[in-house]
Write a protein that binds this ligand. Structure first.
Ligand SMILES: C[S@@+](CC[C@H](N)C(=O)[O-])C[C@H]1O[C@@H](n2cnc3c(N)ncnc32)[C@H](O)[C@@H]1O
Length: 196
């Protein structure tokens, strides 16, 4: 089964969205809370229902771009965030992350990496690198449980992730998450990578 646009549209259409926590995760909330500059450009790829974007907007961040391959979720986000789009604070794109051609100061990872076929991991790391401007950062959470052929979500571990990122990024943090929600407890790593 291909994990493509049709697959994701179907997941949203049939309400099979068990990844959606209905709110921003604590690791990302804490990370956002210590950011001083609210004008930085932020990308959230594979944004789904984009609870992180809602939190960012409520906290006066003003340059947020969302991208998702599913038009179903993008249509719903476009209605939900209509006001912020018209105020120029948010941009919502429907398309493939791997075809995006822009640069950002910060990119957020939240159950997007684990949703991709594991054969795309090296390409993901390279694409993230080109999407970041000088001193740009990629930050968020990655699952830490054994990789199986059944997914998404597809697992992985710190050592594997370091191999993808170490040549392209300074790994500032990649540590077990202390504040995951219960079902993800001891199964997540919080990370901050700075573009080299
Ligand atoms: C597991 S969901 C996570 C959604 C959201 N980040 C969250 O945590 O609730 C993965 C999301 O990535 C999107 N997606 C998958 N492949 C994509 C691609 N190549 N480009 C953009 N979005 C993609 C899917 O449509 C889906 O919304």
């Amino acid at each position: 089964m291909a994990i493509d646009k049709q697959y994701w549209n179907n997941r949203y259409k049939t309400h099979q969205t068990s990844w959606d926590m209905g709110n921003i995760s604590d690791p990302l909330k804490n990370y956002f809370d210590q950011l001083k500059n609210k004008n930085i450009s932020i990308l959230i790829p594979g944004c789904g229902n984009a609870h992180e974007a809602e939190y960012l907007i409520q906290n006066n961040f003003s340059n947020i771009t969302l991208i998702d391959i599913s038009e179903l979720v993008v249509d719903s986000l476009t209605k939900k965030f209509e006001q912020y789009i018209s105020e120029g604070k948010m941009k919502i794109l429907c398309g493939d992350f791997f075809e995006l051609d822009e640069q950002f100061d910060l990119i957020i990872e939240q159950t997007f990496f684990c949703a991709l076929d594991p054969s795309l991991r090296k390409k993901y790391a390279e694409k993230m690198n080109t999407l970041l401007g000088d001193n740009g950062k990629l930050s968020g959470v990655l699952f830490s449980f054994p990789l199986t052929t059944e997914g998404p979500p597809f697992g992985g571990n710190k050592e594997e992730y370091q191999n993808y990122f170490a040549t392209l990024f300074q790994i500032q943090t990649m540590e077990p998450c202390y504040n995951s929600i219960e079902p993800r407890r001891e199964r997540e790593l919080f990370f901050v990578l700075k573009k080299l």
